[in-house]
Design a protein. Sequence first.
Length: 181
Amino acid sequence: MKLLLDFFPIILFFVAFKIAGIYVATGVAIVATIAQIAWLRYSTGKVEPMQWIGLAVIILFGGATIISQNDTFIKWKPTVLYWLMAGSLAAGQLFFKKNLLKSLMGSQLELPDSAWRVANWSWIAFFSVMGVVNLWVAYNFDTDTWVNFKLFGGLGLMVLFVLAQAVYLGRYMKAEEAGKP
């Protein structure tokens, strides 16, 4: 259920784009993200900081897209989010000497600090590259191709990266941890 809720605005954006175009889809994404945050706040009483940032970015870039009738703004939105995530992980590591990935997932996985460091820098690299790839697709292909990439290409690359991370981190898991659900 949580996964569906996380992808709710993206799926609605994709469907609205196919039916009514980029500007309607952008408005739908803004409304869906507001509804998503409201539902999370109502049902759990808690919204993660990255979700608040995502809401601010979609309102800012989506609003600029609708007001200016220029789809360049919405095409920058994923890149901004990717780079904000990469920047947050890097700033935590470099300036605060804190591995934010470990802070988020440390209760679920017991890994040596060296593995956490590699995982953290891997995510920083992944998010950085994804931001560049998003812009490359946005500026070198039509909007329809960019929307398809945003949903299928971005999601596919994320799944592949997560699987690669799982293989890498699996080397460090203890036998009894591997059997946990």
